[in-house]
Design a protein around this ligand. Structure first.
Ligand code: BES
Ligand code: ZN
Length: 464
């Protein structure tokens, strides 16, 4: 039956791309309040499509952007797969750096000559979720039904930390029970090297506001006698790293599990071209914590990075002013076993200790999620490897990744289920960046892999 499903998928390529274009045209930017309605529309679009496939769909209000669930008719003796994805996308700014507008998807060759679809969300994560929708459609049309019990869970707040998802999962934990969770929101290791990801970093995102005088001051009349929030903020932020690229916050590395010699050796054998990696992003060399390869730095070491910095006059020309407020957005990537709350407290304490007494320091928290590891020798992983070989025609590599997907921790903690991370993107997709794209070959292979995953996972032993 899988053969017929795969043939159907190969015949339906154009329809699949047409549908993806419609999905990509919806400006579902979760972070920007003017796009609240677009997020809702996007949820509606996906809900309608899942309903047309005969699934029973519900759109759930969350207080933020809606969550969509969909289920087929469950049968007692079959394993259940919980499919997660996110329909929200990152802001498209800076707009002037896009070759074509972010929400007008177009197909053209990428820098290496591979046909690709360019739009915000093409790779992260609309292309991959649409690949699953197409695979589900192919099973329904060719076989009349999927070979597994399926629960679809699509949310609209992943890119802003999945704040409302925890409540939802907690209050629906019986209803969401499954034998395995499946997520396509990661990348392949490289072209023709599809991957199963078994580790992700976590994230703590903070914003700090530093206030000096009650209003902006002439820097000649006042400068020298008053604290300048911009100067002080720079000193504070500069104190967060030492000369070896290590984070100086007390206790920051306390719970970090050192990499095993075995894992280092395995990663050392991956076909990594460091020079090329940096060259592709316009850098002559790498930078970072001493004593680790770039792969180790990205997959298994915690970091602290400033993500936005604001102080003083930002317009054209000069303005001699000491602004009364300076602020920074910054985040820590965490590795498994670090406690996000503990790290958040320690980082805040570090900065508060450096705040001069006549100034005010305040924080806003923008989410915290832990680093995760999932088993990489389970039956589910073996079945997924087989599905990837069917879908891509290449063997999967096992790898970790540096990005974060908060739901993986929630699924582990609230549902007690392991997650399979099987992604269809490529490392050069420019996710979160201008000119995001999805390689069309990867999209088609992703649909095939998704279809094969449902077949292979139908052989999964049920839990308990
Ligand atoms: N899909 C990414 C995460 C990702 C990408 C993991 C590539 C591994 C490989 C996801 O949409 C993402 O960007 N997550 C955010 C989460 C954050 C806002 C809590 C991230 O990592 O910044
Ligand atoms: Zn993302």
């Amino acid at each position: 039956m899988l053969d017929q499903v795969l043939q159907h998928i190969d015949r339906q390529r154009e329809t699949a791309v047409e549908g993806l274009k419609q999905l990509l045209a919806i400006e579902s930017i979760s972070a920007q309040p003017d796009h609240t309605d677009d997020c809702r529309r996007c949820a509606g679009f996906l809900g309608k499509n899942l309903e047309q496939l005969g699934l029973s769909v519900q759109i759930h209000e969350t207080g933020g952007h809606p969550i969509i669930t969909a289920r087929n008719q469950h049968q007692k003796d079959r394993p259940t797969v919980l499919l997660y994805g996110h329909y929200d996308v990152q802001p498209a700014q800076p707009l002037e750096q896009w070759t074509t507008p972010p929400f007008q998807p177009v197909i053209r060759n990428d820098a290496n000559g591979f046909p690709s679809i360019f739009a915000r969300g093409a790779s992260d994560d609309k292309g991959p979720i649409w690949a699953h929708v197409q695979a589900i459609a192919a099973w329904q049309k060719q076989a009349g039904q999927l070979p597994v019990n399926l629960i679809v869970l699509f949310e609209g707040e992943e890119e802003i930390g999945s704040k409302n998802l925890e409540n939802f999962i907690h209050s629906h934990r019986q209803w969401l029970q499954a034998d395995v969770a499946l997520i396509s929101d990661t990348a392949q290791f490289a072209r023709n090297l599809p991957a199963i990801v078994y580790g992700l970093r976590g994230l703590v995102y903070l914003e700090v506001f530093l206030t000096g005088a009650s209003h902006d001051l002439h820097s000649g009349l006042f400068g020298g006698a008053v604290p300048n929030p911009a100067n002080v903020l720079c000193q504070m932020l500069a104190s967060l790293h030492d000369e070896n690229g290590r984070v100086t916050v007390a206790g920051f590395y306390d719970d970090v599990v050192e990499l095993s010699a075995q894992e280092r050796a395995l990663w050392g054998r991956l076909p990594v071209d460091e020079a090329r990696f940096f060259q592709e992003i316009g850098l002559a060399a790498g930078y970072g914590e001493a004593g680790f390869t770039s792969v180790e730095q990205r997959w298994a070491r915690p970091t602290l990075d400033i993500n936005g910095l604001t102080a003083g006059y930002q317009g054209a020309g000069a303005k001699t002013v000491i602004a009364s407020v300076a602020s920074a957005k910054f985040s820590c990537r965490l590795v498994p076993n670090q406690d996000p709350e503990k790290i958040e407290r320690s980082v805040k304490q570090h900065l508060m200790n450096l705040c001069p007494p006549m100034m005010k320091i305040e924080f806003a928290s923008h989410g915290a999620s832990p680093g995760i590891l999932v088993p990489h020798d389970s039956q589910a992983v073996k079945l997924a490897s087989q599905a990837i070989e069917i879908g891509f025609g290449h063997q999967a590599v096992l790898m970790r990744e540096g990005g974060s997907i908060p739901v993986v921790g929630l699924i582990q903690q609230e549902l007690g289920i392991d997650t399979l991370l099987v992604g269809f993107g490529l490392p050069d997709d420019r996710i979160h960046s201008p000119n995001e794209k999805l390689d069309l070959g990867s999209f088609y292979n992703g649909i095939r892999t998704a279809a094969a995953l449902y077949e292979r996972l139908s052989h999964l032993n049920k839990r308990k």
